[in-house]
Design a protein around this ligand. Structure first.
Ligand code: GLU
Length: 481
């Protein structure tokens, strides 16, 4: 048997972290078993359709490295891969169920249903479709259809007995049929409902393993009744436990939790997100934490899937991202960092220095904006107490005298490279018999207006360039005078 898994998003927005994880596990499982990972777009609910959402799904999955073997844009022998394009396929299956007595035409109008619902609620009962149209004669059904009356087709759920299935994560799930509603399979507009289409598609597309969120757990017994009605083999069900924000709340866009592309925009690397997300709800069985996609494929195993909800720990992701950033080559680092450096107004400065001083400190790329803010613009109102530092043996008075001596000499340097600045400043301190710190501390304060900076005095001076560095030093001297 060839393992075939699918990711079946509805185009209702963006790729959220739960969806990304579902797609990832379905992908890993397929690849691990030399199987096929398929993408299917579930757009039968036109009312929920969001413009541009399909493209977001494609771009999100591509950025994540989850490339599908079959799908809307790449094709495959089980297409079309967009449900609305399969529209004509569903009705014959629904009619087959009608023939078998497992489904029936229903002509109840919305008004009639609303009235019956209100009646049930008035009696304190919950409303369930009452099989009102189940007993219409074949002739009456044909007559009403021929007369152009709108209709839906409903599933005929047995009135008693149990429907159940085995789930890999949740075990055996059984429900009383009396609790299930005769749900709509084909809507008045001829479109199948999600509940019907997913069964027809999973079967006709040869899906062997269904991985999806646990919100489908309660509908799956109904799906199984459909498989049984058709006499089809059921797929293996793997309902994943939810991705939680904390002990009580699911991660959700509605509460402002970021989706996959939001995280990318916030300066996370796709590889780090994938690595982290894989571990939210799956464990390799040891304490290994770092995996490339190929290593995940190698290590992935359904037995490692968690049976309890997993918490998405933003701090842990940030830590992991920092580790990934540190492992980038200088060129890769600059590729990612450049847009942030340019936006911060320091894109013209020396990139080699940036790699050296920023890469070890970047946890997410958006950190860069704040780290280099002082380079783009000095906050000239900094306090002169910053010049006082015990370890460097400095205070405003010492700093003033350092500046008076060193600024005129700096002005005469033949060039303004890190090497020249380094050699000159080290010689100067040695000649004067002062600690390096006594010289470098005031220079760094005057050039940055802050006590903590990425990089030291020499790197900052080189980044700023001669004119701006000297302007800032002179300002420092004026503030001290
Ligand atoms: N279209 C469903 C969703 O986006 C997928 C459910 C499934 O995987 O069967 O949630």
């Amino acid at each position: 048997m060839i393992v075939r898994t699918r990711f079946a998003p509805s185009p209702t927005g963006y790729l959220h972290i739960g969806g990304l994880r579902t797609a990832l596990y379905a992908y890993l499982f397929a690849k691990k078993n030399n199987g096929v990972f398929m993408l299917r777009i579930e757009d039968t609910d036109q009312a929920r359709f969001v413009e541009g959402a399909v493209d977001k799904i494609y771009s999100g999955l591509h950025l994540a490295g989850l490339n599908w073997d079959e799908g809307p844009d790449v094709g495959g022998e089980y297409g079309p891969y967009i449900q609305s394009e399969r529209k004509e396929m569903y009705l014959p299956y629904a009619k087959e169920l009608v023939e078998k007595g497992k489904a029936y035409y229903c002509f109840c109008t919305k008004e009639e249903l609303d009235a019956r619902r209100a009646e049930a609620e008035a009696k304190g009962e919950s409303f369930k479709y009452d099989k009102h149209c189940l007993h219409l004669s074949k002739e009456e059904v044909e007559r009403r259809i021929a007369a152009g009356e709108p209709y839906v087709i409903r599933q005929n759920i047995p009135e008693s007995g149990e429907a159940g299935f085995d789930d890999v994560i949740y075990g055996r799930i059984d429900v009383d049929c009396s609790e299930l509603d005769d749900g709509v399979l084909i809507k008045a507009d001829g479109m199948p409902t999600y509940n019907f289409a997913n069964v027809i598609d999973d079967h006709t597309m040869g899906i062997t393993h269904v991985m999806r969120g646990n919100e489908y757990l309660s509908s799956t017994p109904k799906y199984n009744l459909l498989y049984e009605a058709f006499g089809w083999e059921k797929p293996v069900y793997i309902h994943l436990t939810p991705v939680m924000k904390d002990a009580t709340r699911k991660l959700s866009k509605r509460y402002g939790d970021p989706g996959f592309e939001d995280l990318l925009a916030q300066g996370y690397l796709a590889e780090a997100i994938i690595n982290y997300v894989a571990l939210v709800g799956w464990s390799p069985g040891n304490d290994r934490e770092f995996f490339t996609m190929d290593e995940l494929i190698e290590a992935f195993d359904i037995d490692g899937l968690s049976k309890s909800p997993a918490i998405f720990d933003a701090t842990k992701l940030r830590w992991m991202n920092a580790e990934y950033i540190r492992k980038l080559t200088p060129e890769q680092y600059i590729d990612h960092a450049r847009p942030y450096l340019e936006a911060a107004g320091v894109g013209h400065m020396d990139m080699d220095i940036f790699v050296r001083i920023l890469q070890p400190r970047t946890e997410v790329f958006t950190d860069i904006t704040e780290m280099v803010g002082f380079l783009a613009k000095l906050d000239e109102d900094y306090q002169i107490d910053l010049f006082t530092n015990k370890k460097s043996k400095t205070n405003p008075e010492v700093c003033k005298s350092v500046f008076s001596e060193v600024i005129p000499l700096l002005k005469q340097l033949p060039d303004w490279t890190e090497t020249t600045l380094h050699d000159f400043l080290m010689n100067f301190a040695a000649e004067k018999g002062m600690k390096n710190g006594t010289l470098l501390w005031p220079i760094r304060i005057a050039m940055s207006g802050q006590t903590v900076t990425p990089g030291g005095a020499i790197e900052i001076a080189a980044l700023l360039g001669r004119d701006e560095a000297l302007r800032r030093l002179e300002l420092g001297l004026r503030k001290l005078s």
